[in-house]
Design a protein around this ligand. Structure first.
Ligand code: 5GP
Ligand code: MG
Length: 182
């Protein structure tokens, strides 16, 4: 494996991610076997995760995306969530499975879930690769959760710092000097 020079330590290896994705896909396949559903990825963080996950689910389903921007102070998001790019198919009377990179405060996801329910979705469930429950501000429990992560800032496999490192095939922690020079 080629380790990026800015990475201090790998938290979740490529192999570990593959195993997690496989096991999430199996659960989803079982639960949605008899349901028509739309998989909705939250851009841009969910790109690699959704691309891998969808290829392990051997069912027919729609795929769509939402870009949500949430504002807050510093590293903390707030309840104010703006839809920058919306879906192109209707969720009315459809089962929706949201795919997300990480659930932190839960603000982004709870706003998106509420919006989709208001639009008449039959059900809205959440599949997240990483969960940081220690940071939760709103009561939100993902229906499918890959791995619990500690209260640290992580990058890779979709997760960015200043829009970089999304392409890393693993998830890791940045060297402290990276923050100081950005
Ligand atoms: P929430 O609304 O749950 O606080 O925020 C979720 C979003 O914050 C995630 O989709 C992700 O974009 C970002 N985020 C939260 N924790 C981390 C982290 O440790 N690393 C990175 N790169 N982004 C994070
Ligand atoms: Mg995100």
């Amino acid at each position: 494996m080629i380790l990026h020079k800015d990475i201090d330590k790998v938290l979740i290896s490529q192999e570990e991610i593959e195993n997690i994705v496989n096991s999430l896909a199996k659960q989803i396949e079982k639960d949605y076997n008899d349901k028509e559903f739309i998989m909705v990825g939250l851009l841009k963080g969910s790109i690699p995760f959704m691309a891998d996950l969808m290829r392990h689910i051997h069912l027919d389903f729609f795929v769509d995306c939402i870009t949500a921007a949430s504002y807050g102070s510093g590293t903390e998001t707030s309840g104010t969530v703006r839809i920058v790019h919306d879906m192109t198919v209707s969720v009315k009377d459809k089962h929706v499975l949201i795919v997300e990179d990480i659930v932190d405060s839960g603000h982004t996801l709870s706003a998106v879930v509420n919006m989709l329910m208001e639009r008449g979705a039959k059900s809205v469930k959440i599949c997240t690769l990483c969960d940081k429950p220690a940071r939760r501000k709103v009561p939100l429990v993902p229906d499918y959760s890959g791995i619990e992560v500690p209260d640290a800032f992580i990058v890779g496999y979709g997760l960015d710092f200043a829009q970089k490192y999304r392409n890393l095939p693993y998830i890791g922690i940045l060297k402290p000097e990276v923050y100081e020079t950005t």
